[in-house]
Design a protein around this ligand. Structure first.
Ligand code: BDP
Length: 333
């Protein structure tokens, strides 16, 4: 209850303030209930890893920090959630680096198609000194990246026909994540790109507002997109890392000891997520095949890679300072 100053004599207020201060000293530090954003459903590798992170943090800090994960994107779409973690309205999240590009320009490099030639190449880069550089850039925008999840390779899928060559993309409307690089990428392949929130894609595919989208097997399956877009073509054009990110304000409230605990829990979560990922890819592939999805290999992947030349050229022309980062990543094979 708030005390209305005018109704209480001054000396009582003083006594109350001293008593309050003494009480604060006597009580243990306030436990932090952390709220975490997650776009995926329960059981998804990222969700399981985040739940494990929450549990480990709660146990090891003896409840001083007690994170809770909100699944299925119930706390908002990814670009909004990034803003919320930046401002400290949310405490942590698992973010894909795609929608991070408009906020942290250096991370756009991670959205260049075919920048990584394998998931292992991506892990090697992100776990090393270059990953540290990205973490520093994120910190400038109030996000503390503690570890990196994988999200496999993304491929195009659609409701019409298999995609074997860029010509097969002609005239088709694809949903992409919120980043202009993906619009350029789809344009140069001959398709039309529409940035859209993940949660709206299913309905848009179903009603024909979209002809297709692009994602990895686990998301293609868990989102149900495979039920409505039955042609999955293995273009594998994007390999994008994801962070376990903490709000800078929440991070700075922690003691050194608790920061160590939270960091280690995030690293353990990434190790777990990467292991779970491999099994989930197989399981998701089986589910979609069972449901009648037509999966096709793309024999001439070079045709897709070569089409990306103008995307790189334009990107470097607009971001000359990021060219060396691109080179460093490509060299780090
Ligand atoms: C999934 C990512 C998730 C993205 C989603 C999308 O894990 O962070 O929001 O794709 O396409 O693979 O929006």
């Amino acid at each position: 209850m708030r005390i209305r100053k005018s109704l209480v004599p001054n000396r009582f207020l003083h006594v109350a303030a001293v008593a309050g201060a003494l009480m604060t000293l006597a009580l243990p530090a306030q436990a932090e209930d952390w709220r975490g954003w997650n776009i995926h459903p329960p059981g998804y590798p990222n969700s399981v890893a985040l739940e494990t992170f929450a549990k480990e943090v709660t146990e090891k800090t003896e409840g001083r920090v007690s994170p809770r994960v909100y699944n299925n994107g119930v706390l908002g779409a990814q670009p909004d959630a990034i803003m919320q973690v930046r401002s400290g309205a949310l405490d942590f999240a698992n973010f894909n680096m795609g929608p991070m590009g408009p906020i942290v320009p250096a991370t756009n490099v991670l959205s260049l198609p075919f920048i990584f030639n394998s998931v292992d190449h991506m892990y090697k880069v992100m776990d090393g000194e270059i990953g540290q550089r990205f973490a520093e850039e994120l910190e400038k925008k109030n996000l503390i990246a503690l570890s990196w999840f994988g999200s496999g390779a993304r491929s195009f899928y659609n409701t019409k026909h298999p995609i074997e060559t860029p010509e097969d993309m002609q005239g088709l409307k694809f949903r992409v994540m919120n980043n202009d690089i993906y619009v350029d990428m789809t344009d140069v392949l001959g398709g039309n790109a529409t940035p859209m929130a993940y949660g709206e894609v299913y309905q848009s595919l179903k009603t024909g507002v979209l002809d297709g989208a692009e994602n990895n097997y686990p998301s293609y399956e868990s989102s149900g997109h495979y039920e409505v877009a039955k042609y999955y073509s293995l273009t594998e054009h994007l390999i994008i890392p994801e962070c376990v990110c903490i709000a800078k304000s929440s991070w700075e409230e922690l003691s050194d000891k608790d920061q160590k605990i939270v960091r280690q829990a995030a690293i353990d979560a990434a190790e777990m997520q990467r292991k779970l990922w491999a099994d989930r890819v197989e399981a998701s592939r089986d589910i979609v095949l069972e449901a009648g999805v037509k999966i096709n290999e793309v024999d001439d992947k070079k045709a897709f890679q070569n089409s990306m030349k103008p995307v790189y050229e334009e990107f470097i022309a607009e971001n000359p300072d990021l060219e060396s980062l691109i080179n460093d990543i490509q060299k780090a094979k």
